[in-house]
Design a protein around this ligand. Structure first.
Ligand code: FES
Length: 128
């Protein structure tokens, strides 16, 4: 989808209806690519450059975090998905980042660059 520039640095990236709950838009604005996500009713936007070696992270799979289920002796009984912690998985080498915080779950120093995002008048806007 082509983005249209509105004002100095505010970009219209699509109609609100184009981004349902659990959905994603990946758009080119200015000279960068941005991923916009709607998770648990909130909007989150990140520059689509992976901090590992600059893969197109926002185009990766959106998956829930995997949690290990332990017994009383701390032995693994199995795994479950945690839908309250959605991740984006970089398609190049599989690094995961929280869609809500942009951080890698094991190393918070590895993080995506946050992009300001807002919604109004039936449109979604990012500031770049
Ligand atoms: S570039 Fe994203 S995991 Fe390697």
């Amino acid at each position: 989808m082509a983005a249209k520039k509105k004002g100095a640095e505010r970009w219209d990236v699509g109609a609100s209806g184009e981004l349902p709950e659990g959905g994603r838009l990946v758009v080119d604005v200015a000279a960068i690519t941005v991923g916009v996500f709607r998770i648990d009713g909130g909007l989150y936007a990140w520059e689509s450059i992976c901090p590992h070696v600059e893969g197109p992270v926002c185009q990766g799979l959106m998956v829930p975090a995997v949690r290990e289920v332990l017994d009383e002796k701390r032995a693994v009984k199995g795994s479950v998905f945690d839908e309250s912690d959605m991740r984006i998985t970089c398609p190049w080498h599989g690094m995961e980042f929280s869609i809500k915080t942009g951080k890698h779950p094991a190393n918070p120093k590895l993080a995506l660059r946050k992009i300001a995002v807002a919604e109004g008048d039936g449109r979604i806007w990012v500031e770049v």
